[in-house]
Design a protein around this ligand. Structure first.
Ligand code: HEM
Ligand code: HEM
Length: 206
């Protein structure tokens, strides 16, 4: 019984450490996406700068291992966890969506890069958001991803500090950022035209 408790506490602290590590990438990643407000060229220019760091083979391998560990450890933490309070439930459900999203998202990025030989830049992310009917799937898909990460953090903050004001503020900032990103990637719902390879790619899927 105690061994079980100890191993859970151990997984939880590892999930915490890798979560903080992954959050550094996520912060830069979402900051990069906010430059879509200034148009595709600016977004790609900033991504090129950030890629110098996270596309380095050692850094990228480490990042992908952290993503995998985060999913496996998160699922392990959910298993046998009896979520009772609203904050605990938000933590579990946001974690479950993040597991799905991270597998789908990183899988899509890597397969587009290595199988389709596409540059997974602004247009890769925007392709699904700007064509009918794919947009009906991709708007909630990306919106919920950014919402989930902020709700996960908001729930953690509440459970650790009991500060409702801060927790709600984190959630509101996250949900607003999520909405702004959808606006940015869809040209304020006026839609972007894609370069031909990206249009072909998304039309081949839908
Ligand atoms: C995007 C990545 C993620 C980050 C940055 C992250 C971060 C964190 C952090 C910092 C904690 C607090 C640990 C503590 O209280 O010491 C936590 C808790 C938790 N996370 Fe995640 N997490 C992520 C993804 C996931 C996923 C994919 C799942 C589930 C499938 C998940 C499920 C959980 C659960 C259940 C807890 C509560 C543990 C407990 O109190 O018993 N997380 N997460
Ligand atoms: C609006 C939301 C998002 C969009 C449009 C988006 C788009 C992208 C794009 C285009 C790439 C490829 C980057 C490159 O080729 O350099 C990428 C990679 C990635 N994204 Fe996202 N992303 C979003 C949210 C997230 C979130 C919330 C997470 C984490 C929870 C995440 C995790 C990752 C990871 C781990 C990679 C792989 C990095 C690599 O190895 O190249 N993304 N994303």
């Amino acid at each position: 019984m105690n061994i079980q408790k100890d191993s859970r506490a151990f997984v939880k602290s590892l999930h915490y450490i890798s979560g903080v590590t992954l959050s550094v990438f996520i912060a830069f990643h979402l900051f990069n996406h906010l430059f879509a407000l200034d148009g595709p060229d600016k977004h790609i220019q900033i991504m090129d700068q950030f890629r110098r760091v996270y596309r380095h083979p050692v850094v990228e391998t480490f990042l992908l291992l952290v993503v995998l560990f985060q999913i496996v450890s998160g699922i392990r933490l959910i298993y046998k966890r009896h979520a009772q309070t609203v904050a605990e439930k938000i933590q579990v459900y946001s974690g479950l969506y993040l597991s799905f999203f991270l597998i789908a998202h990183v899988g899509a990025v890597l397969s587009a890069r290595y199988i389709e030989h596409l540059d997974t830049n602004f247009y890769f992310a925007a392709a699904g958001l700007n064509y009918y009917p794919a947009t009906f799937i991709f708007i909630p898909y990306y919106f919920l991803a950014v919402a989930s990460i902020s709700l996960h953090v908001s729930a953690i903050h509440y459970l650790k500090t009991k500060s409702q004001v801060m927790a709600v503020s984190i959630a509101i900032i996250g949900l607003s950022t999520s909405f702004v990103l959808i606006v940015a990637f869809t040209n304020s719902f006026q839609w972007f035209d894609m370069p031909i390879p990206y249009e072909k790619f998304i039309r081949s899927l839908f």
